[in-house]
Design a protein around this ligand. Structure first.
Ligand SMILES: [Zn+2]
Length: 417
């Protein structure tokens, strides 16, 4: 065990409960961040003794920002702001294995991580590919590409399926995934048409999984034309693959046509058929909640809508929420959100490693009735707008007693629906 302790240690994850046994500076209690001590000068760390996370929180459950705000980078402070501060009544802090969904250890995950797979990214990519609006066999192709299981000439040559590991398109000495999808002349040409020139290097520098995750997930900062970018990106990869196969396996290669034009035609055709299949909205509102429109809460019920947003360029995430019909009091509450994953986490309070489960369970057990429902994004516009416009200069939540001017029209629209 001692020989691999460093590998084990880097994959240990903390779940903060009461915050009494985790060291704020020296333990890596925020996933993907590592020990906060790494972000401050060594001389400053030398003056800081053991500091339980709970000692950095005041009696009202808020972080004591003044104790560390001046010394940590802004990005790290935003990560801390996203963690629920420990509570004296919460269970003890827990330590587990970061690779597992529930912080549980499994030999398979340990092997995958040891072999270099970033399981968390693959899991995330799978969810993004699952939502890809293209046809199923392009989805399958993207997943196989993501797992680097496409049989390229280097691998075919290793298995003696061919005697030549060269690229059939340009003659490059070893044809692998990076070459065909990023650096072969047709790929170079197509990306230079689609990507902003000064961002091309960064765009091509991402690893395959991260590349697919970022572009299918809506990161458009690289792109000249953001319309349907996830479809354009996915179908460009698909056409680069078909184009390569045309050269590798066809007796008369070279009649494939322009990859960009072919991709545009496919995306336009898909977009047309999606529009035709989309349900027609009634002209005068009145749609039921299941059809994706906000509806007034019942008499004596308070409705709370929440939403989250992520800035594709900076990676910063934010959230927002709105309570309506507060005069009804807080004894009967409907909580609505457009993330099915969030609804699942909030309802699954019996198990789970997330400390938020404990807080949700504690909140729900108070003397009120809470219903947690999913609503389509089109019915959650006010919360989504509040999330997108969250003020990240402020580390504590901002409260508005009345709607800020930039959501007023959406609030009125909801009432008239
Ligand atoms: Zn090539």
């Amino acid at each position: 065990m001692s020989t691999i302790w460093n590998v084990v240690r880097t994959n240990i994850g903390w779940t903060i409960g009461a915050g009494r046994t985790t060291d704020f500076w020296r333990d890596p209690w925020i996933d993907e961040v590592g020990p906060l001590a790494d972000y401050i000068p060594v001389t400053a760390l030398a003056t800081i003794g053991p500091s339980p996370v709970a000692s950095l929180v005041d009696d009202t459950g808020h972080w004591k920002w003044y104790l560390f705000e001046y010394i940590l980078p802004r990005d790290i402070l935003l990560r801390i702001a996203a963690v629920k501060a420990p509570s004296a009544n919460a269970p003890a802090d827990l330590v587990g294995w970061r690779g597992g969904r529930n912080r549980d250890f499994s030999l398979k995950l340990a092997y995958l991580m040891r072999a270099g797979y970033d399981y968390s990214i693959l899991d995330l990519v799978w969810k993004i590919i699952q939502k890809f609006p293209g046809i199923p066999h392009v989805k399958s192709f993207l997943w196989i590409l993501c797992k680097r299981k496409l049989m390229m000439n280097v691998e075919r040559s290793n298995r003696h399926f061919t005697v030549c590991s060269r690229c059939a398109v340009c003659g490059f000495v070893s044809e692998d995934i990076e070459h065909i999808f990023k650096f072969c002349p047709p790929a170079r040409q197509v990306w230079s048409e689609l990507i902003v020139p000064e961002k091309l290097h960064d765009f091509l520098s991402l690893g395959i999984s991260e590349w697919i995750r970022a572009n299918l997930g809506g990161a458009c900062s690289f792109v000249r034309n953001v319309e349907n970018w996830n479809l354009v990106f996915g179908y460009t990869l698909w056409n680069l693959w078909l184009h390569r196969n045309d050269f590798t396996f066809s007796n008369a290669p070279g009649n494939f046509g322009n990859i960009c034009d072919r991709t545009k035609a496919m995306v336009a055709s898909l977009d047309r058929s999606t529009r035709l299949l989309r349900p027609i909205r009634p002209a005068h509102g009145g749609a039921a909640i299941g059809q994706g429109q906000w509806s007034l809460p019942q008499h004596h019920w308070l409705k709370v809508n929440t939403g989250g947003a992520r800035n594709g360029e900076t990676g910063h995430a934010s959230c927002g929420g709105v309570g309506r019909d507060c005069e009804a009091g807080f004894r009967q509450v409907v909580l609505e959100m457009d993330s099915l994953e969030a609804v699942r986490v909030l309802k699954d309070t019996a198990t789970g490693y997330l400390s938020i489960n404990w807080y949700v369970k504690e909140l729900c057990s108070r003397s009120w009735t809470v219903h947690i429902n999913h609503i389509k994004r089109s019915g959650n516009n006010v919360a989504d707008k509040l999330a997108k416009n969250a003020n990240l200069d402020c580390l504590e939540p901002t409260f508005f007693a009345t709607p800020p001017p930039w959501v007023t029209s959406l609030v009125i629209e909801d009432v008239h629906n």
